[in-house]
Design a protein around this ligand. Sequence first.
Ligand code: G1P
Length: 293
Amino acid sequence: MTAAPRRLRKAVLPVAGLGTRVLPGTKTTPKELLNVVDRPILSYIVEEAREAGIEHIVFVTGRAKQAIEDYFDHQIELEAQLEAKGKTDILQMMNAELAEAGEMSFTRQMQPKGLGHAVWCARDIVGHEPFAVILPDVIVDSQPGALKQLADVYAEVGGNVIGVEQVPETETHKYGIIDPDGDASGARIRMKGMVEKPPRGEAPSTLSISGRYILQPEIFEILATQERGAGGEIQLTDGMARLMRDQTFTAVKYDGVTHDCGDKIGLLRANVALALKRPDLGDAARAAIRDLL
Ligand code: G1P
């Protein structure tokens, strides 16, 4: 009998990136704290993690990212003022996303050496247990959340599970791309390889790695010696390709709409799409957009 997969409790959020695609807005504000409608991108991401059962979040940060730590802590003066003004709705909303004591850890990447290196920086805090990685550039609008969909598959099949989505053939060079083993038409796909940012015309499929992963801790030993790959960076995809020699990987085409919030138009689109869906704002948003068009 095979043992049940070990419980997933921790998630790593690499938040050291500079946000160059949305400068100058990110000069003093971490890109992960840019607002989508009325709360930061990171608020959606942490909500997604908690929905998937994550109990501990490890942020891999860099310089000028202290505001992230503050966001999940009390802001005593502001809270007192809201209380005094009877603004209990917003106060409750703010309190709901505060971190429980000890639920969040912060470690620094110090040098931008790539996603594989960022994940490796979390090795001691994660320890020897499976963990999720969520790239906070990407908000996935889905029900249930994308990581929960992956976690459900993981609970059944164990091993390593990564989220994928279809991208146009002309875009494959921008992503990690998987090499499916046989039929790739279903929601769960067996894999025989993956490659980070393949040159145009050389991608093994049009299924991109979209920023949601559940990984086994053996990845850390591999990342420790991972050589630089695409873009001169230590790539998580290259580490996963090596881990795949010893462990299973399942790709999951989750249900949902992806918004790349690290990009100007992607961020705008996320704002519009999520405002339109809000029961309290949808009508007003629709009217405002019509007016502009
Ligand atoms: C990273 C990953 C890549 C993935 C992408 C998704 O690339 O390395 O495999 O497809 O995120 O957004 P980046 O966008 O950081 O270059």
